[in-house]
Design a protein around this ligand. Structure first.
Ligand SMILES: O=CC(=O)O
Length: 330
């Protein structure tokens, strides 16, 4: 008789927080997948069988954990790199490990960052609206953008994603400044022609584009607030692909309304999505995408493969390749 597969919980297959069907198939090759709805139909029967909890971004995982429904849980594996939505010490206290999938998300996130930067600088979405409007007779002056080539880019957070952004920006002949808790080695810096800025204030003053690529931690929450925004050039653009909480959004709204900075391009906000009446949604100088940094088929597949790898290791009692041991600071 075939050995029964290890049980793993996911929020939904398909739907708002769920896995795409084809990605679910990768999980199903290795695990007996059960979703929350099924778990809650008979938690006493199903709960103790579950050894793995697969999470995808912000799916509501805490609920069954808090309810203590998963006494056999060995690991929570979160797709993506951010773990700010997880209470790692609490999960560890339940006897389970936590793993994420760093590495495989960096290229797609860096690609999207360049997309946001370029789209904001060159008003690509405004241009699209004008191009498809049959009333348009000529190109309005309001479509004049700012030059990316040769401009100064300030990267806050030079981890893997920040570095990939620098690699791409080199192709645009940008002068790259970066601020990080620790300085990169000289070879890394030279390879992308990046200069270390120990002072965040200096980076903010000098940059035409400021990209936020830090992890969300207690140190980085509210890192860019009124004071920091007021140091930026009035021609500068803020790009945030990290977490919404890194920026003080009320201060950002004021800076954009008053013109103390030129524009913002945000893949992340707080909360997500923003309430429909949020002032950021009504500003002409804001471009927002709904947290799609890692949303490509290729990246999603690689994330799921990494999730499987981590989960199998945990179930077998082997070292978990991407175990998250502490809240990491950048
Ligand atoms: O936001 C995306 C991630 O954390 O990987």
């Amino acid at each position: 008789m075939a050995e029964e597969k290890t049980w793993a919980l996911v929020s939904e297959v398909g739907g708002e927080h769920g896995y795409l069907e084809e990605l679910a198939d990768i999980l199903k090759q290795h695990f007996r997948i059960i979703c929350y709805r099924e778990l809650l139909e008979d938690p006493v029967l199903h709960g103790p069988k579950i050894q793995v909890l697969f999470m995808w971004k912000y799916c509501p995982a805490a609920e069954p954990l808090l309810l203590g429904l998963l006494p056999s849980l060995k690991v929570v594996v979160s797709g993506g790199v951010g773990i700010d939505h997880l209470d790692v010490p609490f999960i560890n206290s339940l006897g389970a490990k936590v793993a994420n999938t760093p590495g495989v998300v960096s290229d797609s996130t860096a690609d999207l960052t360049m997309g946001l930067l370029l789209a904001s600088a060159r008003k690509i979405l405004d241009g699209h609206q004008i191009a498809i409007d049959p009333k348009t007779m000529h190109i309005p002056q309001s479509l004049m953008g700012v030059e990316v080539t040769g401009s100064t880019l300030g990267i806050i957070g030079m981890g893997e994603i920040g570095y990939k952004i620098a690699q791409r920006s080199k192709g645009f002949e940008m002068k790259i400044l970066y601020h990080n808790r620790t300085r990169r080695n000289v070879e890394d810096e030279q390879a992308v022609r990046a200069s270390y800025c120990e002072s965040l204030d200096d980076l903010l003053r000098k940059s035409h584009f400021v990209v936020i690529a830090v992890k969300l931690t207690s140190d980085t929450t509210g890192l860019v607030g009124h004071r920091e925004l007021s140091l930026m050039k009035p021609t500068a653009t803020l790009v945030n692909i990290s977490r919404g909480q890194v920026v003080d959004q009320d201060a950002l709204v004021k800076a954009l309304q008053s013109g103390s900075i030129r524009a913002a391009a945000l893949d992340v906000t707080h909360p997500e999505p923003l309430p429909r009446d949020h002032p950021l949604l009504g500003l002409p100088n804001v471009l927002i995408t709904p947290h799609i940094g890692i949303s490509t088929y290729n990246t999603a597949r690689r994330i799921v493969e990494k999730m499987v790898e981590n989960a199998l290791a945990a179930v077998k009692g082997l070292p978990v390749p991407n175990e998250v041991k502490l809240q990491l600071h950048n």
